[in-house]
Design a protein around this ligand. Structure first.
Ligand SMILES: *[C@@H]1O[C@H](CO)[C@@H](O)[C@H](O)[C@H]1NC(C)=O
Ligand SMILES: *[C@@H]1O[C@H](CO)[C@@H](O)[C@H](O)[C@H]1NC(C)=O
Ligand SMILES: *[C@@H]1O[C@H](CO)[C@@H](O)[C@H](O)[C@H]1NC(C)=O
Ligand SMILES: [Zn+2]
Length: 283
């Protein structure tokens, strides 16, 4: 290598000596100096909570990463894309998923204390702090009991059509992340439609809103992950029925109490999605 270096230097006498050239050049990483690449976790989280939350945040990125990758691979020729995003151009949904994965995470704080007192309310597993701290999310102890790992995708009888979007920790956090201004484009990603059937309708009637609808972004990511990764070529899209959420909660998750069911059924997930006043209502 040394000999090669010398001979190439001799062969290119017009080039400056290596030391001089590098001294005047910016270093390769200067542009990203100070970037925050991991979602900050507050000191209020104990070691166990921190470990689980860090893992779940990584899962949320995995889910978003695959959603973007599926669109980048298949575009609107994907039937899953058409189902949730209709005729919308691909740029916007790819961008919202990319933002979760690669957006700067400075200040996007997850905490485990109970600064607003909401964790004491029955069934609350977490909440966006809204006007009290728009970049902060509280994850209550109940989340660690209820939320399932991505590896359990399509397990427990869950399917995309009838299961709650917050059944998995990854998709629950995707929802919470989109409430954070810098992750959701400062109010662009919002709740335009909540329930599964409403999201499918939105894809057909208003695809411009579908690609910035928090639940559509969650449903698409879950279905793409289920079909491509969890059970390749099969997935667990399910067939929507109006009453199925109760069936799922009773027959598939027998160990949960009535208040816990709040976070598992899709009808309850819908109730967790009212934020017009900046708060998260889950009961
Ligand atoms: C994909 O989008 C392009 C541009 O809007 C459109 O011309 C084409 O028909 C779409 N393809 C499918 C399969 O929907
Ligand atoms: C950490 O917090 C959880 C509640 O999320 C609690 O169950 C657990 O006991 C705590 N661990 C320690 C070591 O305090
Ligand atoms: C913000 O703080 C106030 C006062 O503590 C509280 O009543 C309100 O519920 C909090 N908002 C949220 C979204 O938690
Ligand atoms: Zn919400």
């Amino acid at each position: 290598m040394l000999l090669l270096g010398i001979s190439s230097a001799l062969a290119s006498p017009a080039l400056l000596p290596r030391e001089t050239a590098s001294a005047s050049q910016p270093t390769a990483t200067a542009w990203s100096k100070g970037a925050v690449t991991l979602y900050p976790i507050h000191a209020s989280c104990n070691a166990t909570e921190r470990a689980q939350l860090a893992h779940a945040l990584h899962e949320a990125e995995t889910l978003a990463r695959h959603a973007a990758d599926h669109i980048l691979r298949w575009g609107n020729s994907s039937s899953i894309y058409k189902k949730y995003f209709g005729n919308a151009p691909i740029g916007e949904p790819v961008g919202w998923y990319e933002n979760v994965v690669n957006g700067d995470k400075d200040g996007v704080l997850f905490r485990c204390d109970n600064p607003d007192g909401n964790c004491e309310q029955d069934g609350w597993a977490g909440h966006w702090r809204g006007e009290n701290a728009t970049s902060e999310t509280v994850i209550c102890p109940l989340s660690y009991e209820l939320r399932r790992p991505l590896e359990a995708m399509c397990g427990f009888g869950w399917d995309v059509a009838n299961g709650a979007t917050n059944f998995y920790f990854a998709s629950d956090l995707l929802h919470r992340l989109y409430h954070v201004p810098k992750v959701g484009g400062y109010g662009i990603v919002e709740h335009y439609a909540g329930e599964y059937d409403e999201c499918l309708e939105l894809a057909e009637t208003n695809s411009e809103e579908a690609v910035r609808n928090s639940d559509s972004l969650q449903y698409f990511a879950l279905e793409a992950y289920a079909y491509d990764i969890a059970i390749p070529g099969e997935g667990c899209a399910g067939k929507w029925t109006a009453t199925s959420s109760e069936v799922v909660s009773q027959s598939i998750v027998p160990s949960v109490t009535a208040s816990e069911v709040v976070s598992i059924t899709s009808s309850a997930a819908q109730e967790c999605h009212t934020h017009s006043d900046g708060t998260e209502h889950c009961t």
